[in-house]
Ligand binder design. Structure first.
Ligand SMILES: *Cc1c(COP(=O)(O)O)cnc(C)c1O
Length: 220
């Protein structure tokens, strides 16, 4: 199967309101260009250097999403161009993104990553930490970031009931926050959940953005 065929097969399964992020980490530029030529404009990468290199080499109408864990000292390498940072899991990281966005005269959209899986290897905030962050004066004063939603990764398991439970939990947290009034830097409209193996389930549970890699590009 070609990348183009894979893409159109996946797109046919996505409702209108769901955005597809093509996760291109580890794949070379020609593979990304095949997706680009098939109409894909949103790409997700999990390493800042790799994303910056690809950004340099590829057309300028691409939206680059950082989906991996971000080290604060590397934010500066993506601040001039990144469209959405999915994995923000601390006020410290958010402050650095705010600082670097300001230097570039930009407002950078961010998703707060919640820990929903049973493995403790996955990064993310719990509900108390999330609420604390959003309620803090430091967050409220940030003018160069905007929190546009939440992101989460389910446990890596065959147990569909388990995955559903985790996605439903994230959806409930999201729905509660989405009810809050919009402020200058907080407007929760995006729920990023679902990968190749579980994206249809994620959509059933309210996902508005899916991050799909191997079903498009092949196994890494
Ligand atoms: C790699 C990755 C994906 C895509 O995973 P696939 O199983 O290849 O679709 C999605 N989200 C994150 C955070 C990833 O690191």
């Amino acid at each position: 199967m070609s990348i183009q065929n894979n893409l159109s097969k996946i797109k046919a399964t996505l409702p209108q309101h769901v955005t597809l992020v093509a996760v291109s980490k580890t794949w070379p530029v020609p593979d990304l260009m095949e997706a680009y030529n098939a109409g894909q404009r949103i790409f997700g990468e999990n390493k800042i250097q790799e994303m910056a290199d690809k950004h340099e080499q590829m057309p300028t109408d691409i939206e680059w999403h950082m989906i991996g864990h971000v080290q604060t000292n590397k934010v500066k390498y993506m601040a001039s161009f990144v469209t959405l940072v999915h994995g923000v899991d601390s006020l410290k990281l958010l402050a650095e993104i705010n600082k670097q966005a300001k230097k570039n005269g930009r407002v950078i959209d961010c998703l707060l990553q919640m820990h929903i899986a049973e493995e403790d290897t996955k990064f993310g905030l719990d509900e108390a930490e999330l609420n604390e962050l959003l309620a803090s004066d430091e967050f409220k004063a940030m003018e160069n970031i905007k929190v546009t939603g939440l992101m989460g990764m389910a446990t890596f398991t065959e147990d569909e009931a388990r995955i559903r439970k985790e996605f439903m939990y994230l959806q409930s947290v999201f729905n509660n926050l989405a009810k809050l009034p919009t402020t200058g830097n907080q407007q929760l409209t995006t729920l990023s959940m679902g990968m190749s193996g579980d994206y249809l389930l994620a959509i059933e549970c309210g996902s508005t953005m899916v991050r799909i890699g191997s079903s498009i590009f092949g196994h890494r």
